[in-house]
Design a protein around this ligand. Structure first.
Ligand code: GRF
Length: 222
């Protein structure tokens, strides 16, 4: 997919609680010209998150905010909204972010917050289904296929409309670690693709269904 020549890069904030390999995949896609975005802010709830270090290396502004430092989810949401507005953020990508996005942020950025989840939603999602727990549950249940899902964030965990999904087979000798690694490889490809669709304005949301519009005609006078 080519980055669109017509629109300015979309102003993206990435929220991450962990090591941030998905964040890194987003940065790599931008650098490679596969994603027309500028990461203008990296938010974490944990001062030691690896994602913050990656942001600093790229000269991206960082912020650490934890809901426990605020009297209510609304107050936490207001603090997040202040940051998002200060940095003129257009799109938010949750990349291994483990806190609930407050309802006032979801409302202000309706259909402009994305999350990546390491299963084929609606299977193996919801509260408590994060990280290793997802892959353990997949193996325990014995499904033959798992995968990755990029979806919009609404008020309910792992529930918003689905943008892209890709299946990954569960192999007989898989452990939570081997499965997580194969799913993660897919995530690193899928997330930048989904973000690029937003950057190109090719996403139309119709209830729970997300339509992907065809790419604009190639611009030949460049
Ligand atoms: C990924 O598996 C993602 O799907 C989930 O959290 C994990 C984050 O990994 N939401 P990383 O920090 O991007 O490496």
């Amino acid at each position: 997919m080519r980055a669109s020549a017509k629109r300015p890069p979309i102003r993206l904030a990435v929220f991450a609680s962990g090591t941030g390999t998905n964040f890194q995949a987003i940065l790599n896609a931008i650098q490679a010209g596969r994603l027309s975005a500028q990461v203008v802010l990296c938010v974490s709830d944990r001062p030691t998150a690896g994602a913050l270090e990656r942001a600093r290396r790229h000269g991206i502004p960082t912020a650490v905010l934890s809901p426990k430092d605020y009297p209510s989810p609304e107050a936490f949401g207001e603090a997040l909204l202040d940051l998002l507005r200060t940095h003129h953020v257009e799109l938010v990508a949750l990349a291994g972010y483990l806190k609930k996005i407050p309802d006032n942020v979801v409302a202000a950025y309706r259909n402009r917050i994305l999350n990546i989840h390491p299963s084929l939603l609606p299977a193996f999602g919801g509260p408590g289904m994060y990280g290793r727990h997802v892959h353990e549950a997949v193996l325990h249940y014995g499904v033959r296929w798992t995968g990755a899902t990029v979806h919009l964030v609404d008020e309910v965990y792992d529930h918003g409309p689905i943008v892209l999904q890709e299946p990954v087979p569960v192999l007989p000798d898989d452990t939570p670690e081997t499965l997580a690694a194969r799913v993660l490889e897919v995530e690193h490809r899928l997330y930048p693709q989904a973000l690029q669709l937003f950057a190109e304005g090719r996403i139309k949301i119709d209830g729970r269904r997300v339509r992907i519009l065809p790419p604009p005609p190639e611009n030949h006078h460049a």
